[in-house]
Design a binder for this molecule. Structure first.
Ligand SMILES: [Fe+2]
Ligand SMILES: [Fe+2]
Length: 212
């Protein structure tokens, strides 16, 4: 990242939630960027204090639905429809239409750079369901579909041109509507059967080094 911006020029560091694949190395980042403020929230401090000493005077708590004026633009923090922590905040930049969706729209990929247009439609739909219900938000099987649909509307009605997330290819164009449609159905689909010990046994057998 520091090949793009000087550490002293970093003004804001946004923590989307308290999962380690999203928090990274906050101590190093905070100390390397002395002019940055840490965008987080109360629940994150409560849950993450066991492994990170929050510099309270440098924190800016943002509630779900609030805006954040970062100088040249005002960002909107809005929790995405699928999430795995109460601390989660998505982030919309209205000047570009880019929405950071955190763990929403997560899907397995054949390789990390796979563009969404290259994914087989059925593979993508099943993968999004598998990850959403199996690895992020299994409780969606318990919720009322109509009520959840209104919650999905809240995000989909934002002026989004591009979705970026932690576990998905960039979602653009017609794929945005499809991604929301897949997500909207989550409360009513049968939860997927998840890999169990028999699958782990197969993985171990397939990756075992031959005896020399
Ligand atoms: Fe997460
Ligand atoms: Fe994640």
């Amino acid at each position: 990242m520091f090949s793009l911006v000087e550490p002293a020029d970093v003004r804001w560091i946004f923590l989307s939630h308290d999962d380690v694949d999203h928090t990274g190395n906050p101590e190093e980042t905070i100390s390397a960027c002395p002019n940055a403020r840490l965008v987080c929230n109360w629940a994150m401090v409560e849950r993450h204090t066991n492994c990170f000493e929050f510099p309270h005077a440098r924190c800016r708590w943002v509630m779900d639905g609030e805006s954040l004026d970062i100088g040249d633009r005002v960002l909107h923090a809005l929790r995405p429809p699928v999430y795995d922590s109460p601390t989660t905040r998505g982030l919309l930049d209205p000047t570009t239409g880019v929405y950071w969706s955190v763990d929403s729209f997560a899907t397995p990929l054949p390789h990390p750079e796979a563009p969404i247009a290259d994914l087989d439609a059925e593979f993508w739909g099943f993968g999004l369901m598998l990850f959403s219900l199996g690895a992020v938000s299994p409780w969606l099987s318990l919720v009322d579909e109509t009520k959840f649909g209104r919650y999905v509307d809240r995000v989909q009605n934002l002026d989004i041109t591009t979705i970026a997330g932690c576990h998905t290819p960039v979602v653009e164009g017609p794929f945005i509507e499809q991604a929301f449609a897949h997500t909207r159905r989550l409360p009513s689909v049968d939860p997927p059967k998840l890999p169990d010990q028999s699958v782990l046994d197969q993985v171990i057998a397939a990756t075992a080094q031959p005896a020399t």
